[in-house]
Ligand binder design. Sequence first.
Ligand code: BG6
Length: 296
Amino acid sequence: ELCKGINGLDKIILREVRGSSAEVYLFGGQVTSWKNDHGEELLFLSSKAVFKPPKPIRGGIPICFPQFGSHGTLEQHGFARNKFWSIDTDPPPFPTNSSSKVFIDLILKPSDEDFKLWPHSYEFRLRVALGPGGDLMLTSRIRNTSTDGKPFTFTFAYHTYLSVSDISEVRVEGLETIDYLDNLRERERSTEQGDAITFEGEVDKVYVSTPTKIAILDHEKKRTFVLRKDGLPDAVVWNPWDRKAKAIPDLGDEDYKHMLCVEAAAVEKPITLKPGEEWKGRQELSAVPSSYCSGQ
Ligand code: BG6
């Protein structure tokens, strides 16, 4: 269902028969809402989010491509999150063994302007799908479509803002003992200690070569998010905390308490595609009552 969102921007609403839903803006190819079958919002959207292109939308799941962060020649997190994507009205079907029927395919290709910034021909196909249990599945396929024989290299992240009731009560499992690059210390490499990750201040880390499953436990809401990823070896964890939050104009001063970014990513080892080659990166999110997760 294509309709008008905030400021008249086009958005697509996906609805699964059991009641879960997701919203995707063509601007940024960005998921801004994901609700479970009780209508509860599972993604964080800033109370001060501005929907004014080309400013990226603060919240949901911005796509960082072709550059994650500020390491590189492009603007922070690349340009995909501030471009208008188009809908593929005749997308390739899902594999027959897949249970998911509710999906949309968005396409990003470089305009002449983009080409000046990053002189590479590509087609980026982003599939946003809802599973029967309300799972939110994002699949990116990026193909080098150049005819000049030139490879290109990129880094990538699904910059996922999860909605949490109180950041001080959140635990992340699956990243303990994993090496990380600390963005707050010029990407210095360290190893995570301890049982599970908890939050008491600003965090901005790229965990490298992580397990494919990460759990985010929200005790107050009695909810666990499970993030599964494929083709994306790394995982970014970010919370700006109070001081940094105040310096971000489109983030409310108290918003940091109710958000946590956990992002399937490819950062440490950039991906290179030769002409004709395609890369695929998937992130699957599910949200389950915590009691169902114990012992898993
Ligand atoms: C995180 C980065 O993924 O995104 C942080 O690790 C950055 O360093 C944050 O501050 C937000 O970036 P932006 O450009 O959306 O304000």
